[in-house]
Design a protein around this ligand. Sequence first.
Ligand SMILES: [Zn+2]
Length: 56
Amino acid sequence: MNKLCTRLKYEKYVLDAMSMTAWHCYRCNLTFKDKTHVDMHKEIARHDARQVEIAQ
Ligand SMILES: [Zn+2]
């Protein structure tokens, strides 16, 4: 049981390490990796960016 838990945690860790959260604006076709850039884009362009998972 403990071994299984450790393995699951390890797999989750690997998954997290391979992908990262980013934001994509479908109107501009731009991807932002920084939340502050998303906020700036939202303020300047009045576009909403959708949160996506991307491979690093
Ligand atoms: Zn945009």
